[in-house]
Write a protein that binds this ligand. Structure first.
Ligand code: ADP
Length: 451
């Protein structure tokens, strides 16, 4: 097992990894930018290193600085968390070259799945259904419009190297397509340094269903059922739950098996997520694989009782998967709400500032993953996630009641948060009935209004 793990991240996920390391008896190293001196991950880690100025490209994204920090502190492994360098094959490779274990899959696996067009092709080869689309990347606008017409509008244009909802454009007809195509290519080049895009038919009212995968270095891959992440704003997840209200056991088994087939084929090691869209006819379509721990992993932890972060660390150290999971043993129901420092009435504009009062919710079945505290100043440089409120109940109804009381008793003052908005969403009749798809919020503009 590792002696010391450096966490190449900040915020709640850095704290989450520190907790897992503590339980495993592993020492930790926090890294922080000059804007993050007062962060809790710095206080809770055994060792800490300042890695540069506030902008993430000068600190959390600087590979040489992170490797140097690990070498100076004697860390033998690096956990990348999510975001930042978590899906950087280059970073995983730099770790390998420095004899530091990257807690995650191999650089080759990250590279393969990071090319979304190649991942689609692989899924097709393995008889995992994909959304109808272009056979690969397309660069010629005339060829692209021809393919789009053949598939039928609307069409979504996606960056091959995309992620985080960036580099995607929807075109509703041939006239708007050419402009959208060019914009998507420009955006992709600016955001990912790669202009390549591919096309998919844009499904009108899909649900986003993803399967949690875990694999070890001994050839075992398993899945831990699904999360339903259909409550989204601009293709970004806001609320996630497990099990999905839309899935029966037969579907769960089928999609779980398809995900395991894809991950096993590449000998996947560590935690990963295979994302699917479920269309209105009940058909699944592979979308992409994320080769890291997800923001919403606690939802799966609550319904399976397994610690995914500890398991990531164990398998990276060469241990066998510590548990067997048969896809029909979810216990109860879990829901997560992402609380952000944003103003829903102003287009979710980020609201950095100092937190003047803080009291988290609690009680049976309530978990809050957060890094904030009274007196903490939310810096403007990073994402605006303040906390994840995760609830568990014996039934969806009980989980909903717990989420309702948890949001009601969550006090965060000094910055505008999305708590009132989340409260309105979970009381919406469609959400209460589990009747949502990725367009749900666009049909309910009243939810965005100020109280
Ligand atoms: P990213 O990696 O940037 O998050 P994804 O490919 O995972 O991008 O897609 C994010 C979201 O975009 C999905 O959850 C879904 O809401 C929407 N989306 C992506 N592809 C399609 C599609 N073909 N049809 C309809 N919605 C889509």
């Amino acid at each position: 097992m590792f002696k010391k793990v450096l966490i190449a991240n900040r915020g709640e996920i850095a704290l989450r990894v520190i907790r897992a390391c503590r339980e495993l008896g592993i020492e930790t190293v926090a890294v922080y930018s000059e804007a993050d001196r007062e962060c809790l991950h710095v206080r809770f880690a055994d060792d800490d290193v300042c890695i540069g100025p506030p902008p993430s490209r000068l600190s959390y994204l600087k590979i040489p600085g992170l490797i140097a920090a690990a070498e100076i502190t004697g860390a033998d492994a690096i956990h990348p968390g999510y975001g930042f360098l978590a899906e950087s094959a280059e970073f995983a490779e730099a770790c390998r070259n420095s004899n530091i274990t990257f807690i995650g899959p191999t650089p080759e696996q990250i590279r393969l799945m990071g090319d979304k067009a190649a991942a689609r092709r692989l899924a097709q080869e393995l008889d995992v259904p994909v959304v109808p689309g272009s056979p690969g990347p397309v660069s010629d606008p005339d060829e692209a419009v021809g393919i789009a017409r053949g598939l039928g509008f609307p069409i979504i244009i996606k960056a091959v190297a995309g992620g985080g909802g960036k580099g995607m454009r929807v075109a509703t007809d041939g006239d708007s397509f050419t402009q959208a195509f060019q914009l998507a290519r420009n955006e992709a080049l600016a955001a990912f340094g790669n202009a390549d895009v591919y096309l998919e038919k844009y499904l009108e009212h899909p649900r986003h269903i993803e399967i949690q995968i875990m694999g070890d270095q001994h050839g075992r891959v398993m899945h831990l059922c699904e999360r339903d992440c259909s409550v989204q704003r601009r293709h970004q997840k806001l609320i996630e739950e497990s099990p999905s209200p839309a899935l029966d056991q037969q579907h769960r088994d089928a999609v779980g098996a398809a995900a395991v087939r894809a991950a096993s084929h590449i000998g996947y090691v560590g935690a990963g997520t295979i994302e699917f869209l479920l269309d209105q006819d009940g058909c699944f379509h592979f979308m992409e694989m994320n080769t890291r721990i997800q923001v919403e992993h606690p939802v799966t932890e609550m319904v399976t009782n397994f610690d995914l972060v500890k398991e990531q660390i164990r398998v990276a150290a060469g241990e066998r998967l510590s548990f067997t999971f048969h896809g029909n043993r979810l216990r109860g129901h879990a829901i997560e709400c992402r609380v952000n420092a944003e103003d829903p009435a102003r287009g979710f504009q980020p609201c950095p500032g100092t937190i003047t009062a803080y009291h988290p919710p609690g009680g049976p079945g309530v978990r809050v993953d957060t890094h904030i505290y009274a007196g903490y100043t939310v810096p403007p440089y990073y994402d605006s996630l303040l906390a994840k409120v995760i609830v568990h109940g014996n039934s969806r109804r009980e989980a909903l009641a717990r989420m309702s009381q948890a949001l009601d008793s969550f006090i965060v003052e000094g910055v505008t948060t999305t708590i009132p908005f989340l409260r309105r969403v979970i009381h919406h009749p469609d959400f209460e009935a589990g009747r949502v798809d990725t367009k749900f919020l666009t049909r309910a503009p009243e939810l965005f209004a100020a109280e």
